[in-house]
Design a protein around this ligand. Structure first.
Ligand SMILES: *Cc1c(COP(=O)(O)O)cnc(C)c1O
Length: 232
């Protein structure tokens, strides 16, 4: 079933990539596996899926040791500062850096091990009180602080727009994130990243996100089916 879902997904990714003048290989698919057991991740990995998205460090700690090294985890949930060390040790990218305190905590642990870690800045592009992320107008100030975290490689921006019934309504938010990235690039940020990332789009709106420039999409339900209920 996962193979089938991935095949269908890649066809849709390819079509939307074409509409934005790109190749399907320009889009990185993160299989959002939160609340699914490790067996499902292993099944997807056998189908060629490399990147997985997880929201809870506890789950990452349980799953990581049972996954092959070639499987990579993007952390996409709210990260508490006291979990920074764990996240830095188990994930290949933290997509949800939204405050200086968290960035400093990550950087401190990385300095001890001499490693670097890829991160994205999570932006609350719709100013949605229910969503995490730095406010768009505060993003530049946060980036100025992130520059000082020399063990963090800031690769781009991530967002979760407000939940809407019609995915077309997410389009202005995706455009907003792209514009914010372009503004920041004009100001000199991300000059050391060949192609800064825009992580946006989920099962119901990834095609629109790709049309608007997403380089990373985070898709759960369309790959694994309906998620088991929350345990946390
Ligand atoms: C759960 C989640 C997703 C995936 O949602 P689906 O609708 O299942 O594709 C993507 N991004 C984040 C941050 C999530 O928490």
């Amino acid at each position: 079933m996962i193979q089938d879902n991935l095949d269908k997904l890649y066809l849709r990714i390819e079509e939307s990539a074409k509409r934005s003048g790109r190749e399907k290989s320009d889009i990185q698919l993160i299989a959002v596996s939160k609340r699914f057991p490790t067996e499902r991740l292993l099944e997807a990995h056998k189908c060629g899926q490399i990147y997985f998205g997880e929201n809870y460090i506890q789950e990452v700690k349980e799953k990581r040791p049972n996954l092959p090294d070639s499987a990579k985890i993007h952390f996409i949930g709210h990260l508490q500062t006291n979990k920074a060390k764990n996240a830095a040790e188990t994930c290949e990218m933290i997509e949800t850096v939204d405050r200086v305190k968290l960035a400093n905590a990550l950087n401190r642990h990385l300095q001890n091990s001499g490693q670097t870690l890829k991160v994205l800045v999570q932006v609350n592009i719709g100013d949605d009180p229910k969503k995490a992320g730095v406010r768009p107008e505060a993003t530049e100030a946060l980036l100025q602080e992130l520059v000082k975290c020399t063990n963090l490689k800031v690769c781009g921006l991530m967002t979760m727009p407000p939940i809407v019934s019609n995915p077309e309504h997410s389009r202005p938010h995706f455009q907003g994130l792209r514009q914010l990235l372009e503004d920041l690039q004009r100001k000199g940020y991300f000059h050391d990243v060949p192609r800064p990332d825009l992580s946006m789009g989920m099962s119901n709106d990834f095609e629109i996100a790709i049309e608007e420039g997403a380089t990373i999409i985070r898709v759960g339900t369309a790959i694994f089916g309906e998620r088991p209920p929350k345990l946390h």
